[in-house]
Design a protein around this ligand. Structure first.
Ligand code: PEP
Ligand code: MG
Length: 516
């Protein structure tokens, strides 16, 4: 059997082995076709509500947009009126959706652009209710690696991920809702793998969503090696309880890194020593929330409630680069990662900064809180952030217990670490790597190997040295989750506190305790 490897972009890390199967198209016909627009809307609503009932919170939230649209009288009236004017109601429905899809797709905001995929998903589900050729369901009798052109969030939520092990998409994007769902559920996923020869279907396949490869007819040694990626190692969850102590008795603190509130309810606080990173720019429901203290305070309150007595570190909004927020970030920068991003953007919008400070302090309600400033390059930037924080604290009565820390993610910040006057340090390796090695963090064309490059390790050592000299706490927040090799290097280098997504806690604690 011919071995064949396809390169793709990792959208959800992990590894899976199984039979390569084509997932059926989204537009699958129902057993009883709908006779009218009203019937199709009702049937679609029924399907979505059933899916919501069996989904976790993130899935429910994503489907809520579609449910709300079908419950919106003006939208449904437009579908009815436009389809009533023609002999081809399905074409008319398609046209109504097309207009909306174009509108969303042309938005510069990733958030809104992702809505285009939700609209396509909804359109296909709705049109599917009118009937057509019924596509057979995938044969789930064995483990499968699914292959599809693209996948919608509602299709993802329909699939039983005990038998389906991973997804490879011909197109798709790592920023899509379905990628978000895959990451939340720990389902390995590759996007943009291009065309796959149909003769490869029903062959054994290895989805290596760490190195970014789909290997069809892999060699035995490759399958053996796939046991190594951390996501495939099954551990009892109680491994995640208790401190992670190295064989010499030193503790490595395991803090939670959080991108979405949806996962918080399902994450046991007992696994963690605290919250080490919150990407607040991903938690806001919409751009208006940038200036809504109460909306933000409600979000941050959930973090404190979850953490109890554990330390909570909240990062200020890090927009710009690949994270656009309409009306806030600057459109059309030629090199957005080197542009007005993170602290640089907040410094231009003191109204947004003050609102966030006030919301964080309101939510903390006198409890200790650590606030983290992203993307600093110059010590004077930190002075500005401290002055603004002091002003907000004074305005609220002066009782806050707030520490102001710096995220070290530029070489400039690491080299001048002692001049920033930060209360604590966090190291963001995602950006530190890209700015040190001149390698774009979303590039899959450049391969610098699995190990952390010496220059990056040297910068980390500079931070650790300053932390030791001044007895300042330091946590490593970047994405070290793809490789235990990197975790080993960081521990050897002296890192004793990390922030990781929830699902890594069991494996990392096991590794720290046993070295394997
Ligand atoms: C980092 O750069 O490592 C980091 C923690 O921040 P983000 O990935 O959100 O840029
Ligand atoms: Mg960063």
């Amino acid at each position: 059997m011919r071995r064949h490897a396809y390169a793709g972009q990792v959208a959800s890390k992990g590894a899976a082995a199984g039979v390569l199967r084509r997932d059926r198209p989204v537009r699958a016909a129902p057993a009883r076709p709908a006779a009218s627009v009203v019937g199709a809307v009702a049937a679609t609503l029924q399907q979505l509500v059933a899916l919501q009932a069996s989904s976790q919170e993130l899935g429910r939230e994503i489907l809520e947009f579609q449910v709300e649209l079908l419950e919106d009288d003006s939208f449904v009236s437009e579908l009815i009126v436009r389809s009533g004017d023609t002999r081809d109601p399905q074409a008319a429905i398609g046209e109504v959706f097309e207009e909306q899809i174009e509108l969303f797709a042309s938005s510069e905001s990733e958030l809104f652009a992702a809505r285009a995929a939700d609209m396509i998903d909804l359109r296909d589900r709705l049109l599917g209710c009118f009937g057509g050729d019924r596509e057979p369901e995938v044969d789930w009798s064995e483990n499968s690696v699914l292959l599809a052109d693209d996948m919608t969030p509602s299709r993802f939520l329909e699939i039983d991920w005990k038998n389906a092990r991973g997804i490879a998409l011909r197109a798709g994007s790592a920023g899509s809702h379905v990628a978000l769902l895959a990451r939340a559920q720990g389902v390995p996923m590759l996007v943009r793998i291009g065309d796959v020869d149909p003769s490869m279907l029903e062959c054994p396949a290895l989805l290596d969503a760490v190195a970014g490869r789909l290997i069809v007819n892999p060699e035995a040694a490759e399958l053996g090696a796939s046991e190594t990626p951390i996501h495939t190692v099954k551990l009892a969850e109680d491994v995640a309880l208790g401190p992670a102590l190295l064989p010499d008795g030193a503790q490595v603190k395991i803090n939670l890194s959080l991108n979405s509130l949806a996962s918080l309810d399902e994450t046991p606080a007992e696994w963690f020593d605290g919250i080490g990173l919150v990407r607040t720019e991903l938690l806001l429901p919409d751009p208006a929330a940038l200036l809504q203290q109460e909306v933000q305070a409600n979000i941050y309150r959930r973090l404190f409630d979850w953490a109890g007595d554990r330390p909570v570190t909240i990062r200020l909004i890090d927009a710009g680069g690949d994270k656009a927020i309409p009306g806030f970030t600057i459109p059309g920068e030629t090199n957005a990662f080197l542009g007005v991003r993170g602290a640089r953007l907040l410094a231009r919008r003191p109204d947004v900064l003050q609102t966030q400070y006030a919301a964080i302090l309101e939510a903390a309600a006198g409890r200790p809180v650590r606030i983290l400033v992203p993307m600093l390059t110059l010590p004077k930037e930190m002075e500005f952030f401290r002055r603004k924080l002091d002003e907000v604290i004074a305005r609220q009565g002066g009782n806050a217990q707030a520490m102001l820390g710096m995220l070290v993610e530029t070489p400039a910040a690491a080299l001048e670490i002692g001049s920033f006057g930060a209360d604590f340090f966090a190291i963001g390796t995602n950006d530190l790597v890209q700015y040190t090695l001149a390698v774009s963090r979303d590039s899959d064309a450049l391969d610098f190997g699995e190990e952390i490059a010496p220059a990056v390790l040297d910068l980390i050592r500079l931070v650790l040295r300053e932390a030791e000299r001044t007895a300042t706490e330091v946590t490593l927040c970047g994405d070290v989750a793809s490789s235990l090799v990197q975790l080993r290097q960081l521990i050897d280098c002296g890192i004793r506190s990390i922030a990781v997504p929830a699902r890594f806690a069991p494996r990392f604690k096991h590794f720290i305790r046993h070295g394997e």
